[in-house]
Design a binder for this molecule. Structure first.
Ligand SMILES: NC(=O)c1ccc[n+]([C@@H]2O[C@H](COP(=O)([O-])OP(=O)(O)OC[C@H]3O[C@@H](n4cnc5c(N)ncnc54)[C@H](OP(=O)(O)O)[C@@H]3O)[C@@H](O)[C@H]2O)c1
Length: 252
């Protein structure tokens, strides 16, 4: 089992990232936490310090490549990073008129895709050279088939899932692990406004515990909960026209 002592978490100011930060916070662990909302981020940082962790909290936009690289290299210099959690993400296609919108589509990819690259690449060579480290990429169960909503979000998560699964093979020879994290519905600021049923909705604490266990075992894919995972797996194995028909009926 792997254990981690210098951890970077993006999107640590709420939801799953906050849950992970609190879960990993203990004596002997250094946490580098990123987020955009200063007040919420500092509140999470304070709670982590209260649990004994050393914490560096930075208000930072993952889409800003240069700023991210500088920040991440400074964290690595302070204590070599052994776990990167590329967790920051947005879902901004909710509501009438906001689906299939060019600006929202491009911004979704800037944050969910380029933001992940901006989180992983600055530390990748150092991890390879040390032959030590774990990379957790937060994708989604929404990234397996073309669902009738949130096209850019689903596509961005699909891209990160496949990218993560692929680099895992290439990084194995450097002893760097990659886990792709595919949650179903988790209570967070992303899901709070959803106006549709969210089966098997779980809280961030539970999600964090599952993710943490998967990372410790260097699982290739950490997908949960089982009910949503099974439904997505089934939909992905059906002939394309059948899936299209079923999803069409479901969305109406
Ligand atoms: N909740 C779900 O059902 C679910 C399911 C599958 C996958 N996910 C994924 O899980 C991850 C965490 O989301 P969540 O559900 O916990 O939602 P959340 O509560 O909205 O958390 C998202 C986090 O990402 C941060 N963030 C957003 N844009 C950013 C940017 N440009 N730069 C830096 N940080 C940014 C937010 O920071 P601020 O709030 O400070 O802006 C926040 O800390 C996301 O990648 C999401 O796609 C969520």
């Amino acid at each position: 089992m792997k254990s981690f002592h210098s951890i970077v978490i993006t999107g640590a100011s709420s939801g799953i990232g906050e849950g992970l930060a609190l879960d990993y916070a203990t004596t002997g662990v250094r946490l580098a936490l990123g987020g955009r909302d200063e007040a919420r981020l500092q509140a999470v940082a304070a709670a982590c310090r209260a649990r004994g962790a050393e914490v560096e909290a930075q208000t930072i936009d993952v889409a800003d490549r240069e700023v991210m690289a500088t920040w991440l290299r400074a964290q690595d210099a302070a204590k070599p990073v052994d776990l990167i959690l590329a967790n920051a993400g947005i879902s901004i296609e909710k509501g009438k008129g906001q689906a299939i919108d060019e600006e929202r589509t491009r911004r979704t990819f800037e944050v969910n895709v380029e933001g992940t690259f901006n989180t992983v690449f600055p530390l990748l060579e150092a991890m390879r050279a040390r032959r030590q480290g774990q990379i957790g990429i937060v994708a989604s169960l929404a990234g397996f088939i073309g669902l009738p909503r949130a096209a850019a979000y689903n596509a961005s998560k699909s891209a990160m899932r496949v990218w993560g699964e692929s680099i895992r093979h290439q990084l194995r020879r450097d002893n760097v692990g990659v886990s792709v994290i595919c949650p179903g519905f988790v209570e967070s600021r992303i899901t709070v406004g959803n106006d549709f049923p969210m089966p098997f909705l779980m809280n961030a604490e539970r999600a964090s515990a599952i993710i943490r266990r998967g990372l410790a075992h260097d699982r290739a894919r950490i997908a949960f909960p089982i009910g949503t995972k099974a439904a997505i797996w089934l939909a992905a194995t059906l002939p394309g026209n059948t899936t299209d028909w079923l999803l069409g009926r479901f969305s109406r």
